[in-house]
Design a protein around this ligand. Structure first.
Ligand code: IPE
Ligand code: IPE
Ligand code: MG
Length: 259
């Protein structure tokens, strides 16, 4: 199947909750940004913004499941976030540990399947084990798939894919000519997932910050002016409504809308 055809397939799923003929995108990805600014605006330490961000994440996962979204990818820590002060990194890693320890059982009960993308090899062993455990425990769940982008950078992910292909070529198992966009995509961190239909970024920033650069080729981008700790079901529904107003074309002439 061509890239464009497979992208079209991801466009819309029948739905759902509340309003008639409301359709949700199959795959929503979110850049959860603005925790620090949320805290600063209230005279609170940045870590308080991150704590409240975890609550927003819980709300959003629940809402995504209720709305019938199949895949929710969240950007929780970027490859570049290591450049932050050590104390903030400690806070963020602590929150991740606590999130997995406190919420994994609930996620499992809610039939959520957890997947992780990003570089795991250079993480502390205890975090690596927690992430492995989350994937392993929820492996057979068939509700919402929650993809956590942790220690994730898209350029690094594409470089990893290129490296895997280069090893095959060097070993004589693959011809360089055989490397196509489809083949490269199959060597990314989660090759079985559809590309995101929509990428939402909170905080008002309008950039991708090294998130899903390959997969975003035909994603709709929705920028939301609120900070992540204030994100809730209504904000998610508003972002989806904005997505549905877009006309998706995938380079062709026939309009593909979200409805
Ligand atoms: C998002 O909020 C959380 C992470 C990037 C880990 P920020 O910490 O980036 O908050 P701002 O952008 O400084 O407000
Ligand atoms: C992107 O936000 C990373 C996450 C949300 C985890 P950043 O706050 O790191 O992005 P920049 O630095 O503003 O581009
Ligand atoms: Mg930020």
């Amino acid at each position: 199947m061509s890239d464009a055809a497979s992208a079209k397939e991801t466009a819309a799923e029948p739905l759902q909750a509340g309003s008639d003929s409301f359709e949700v995108p199959r795959h929503v990805a979110i850049i959860m940004d603005g925790n620090g600014r949320w805290a600063a605006a209230r005279g609170l330490p940045r870590v308080e913004g991150h704590r409240r961000g975890v609550e927003a994440l819980r709300r959003t996962v629940r809402a995504a499941g209720d709305l019938g979204i199949s895949y929710l990818t969240i950007f929780s820590f970027s490859s570049e976030n290591w450049s932050r002060p050590a104390s903030e990194i400690r806070d963020l890693l602590g929150l991740l540990r606590r999130f997995v320890r406190n919420d994994l059982a609930d996620l499992h009960k809610s039939n959520v399947r957890v997947r992780i993308i990003g570089e795991r090899a250079d993480l502390d062993r205890d975090i690596r084990l927690l992430l492995d455990e989350a994937e392993e425990l929820t492996r057979n769940n068939d509700g919402l798939t929650l993809i956590v982008a942790f220690n994730y950078g898209a350029r690094q992910e594409i470089a990893r894919a290129a490296r895997r292909l280069a090893i095959e070529v060097a070993a004589g198992r693959l011809a360089a000519d055989a490397i196509t966009p489809d083949l490269l995509a199959r060597h990314l961190d989660a090759p079985d997932l559809p590309d995101p239909d929509v990428i939402v970024r909170t905080s008002g920033e309008q950039r991708l910050s090294n998130f899903l650069l390959w997969q975003a080729a035909y994603s709709e981008l929705v920028f939301v002016p609120i900070n992540w700790p204030d994100f809730d079901r209504a904000a998610l529904e508003a972002a989806i409504a904005e997505y549905r107003r877009r006309e998706r074309r995938f380079g062709g002439l026939v309009a593909q809308t979200g409805s």
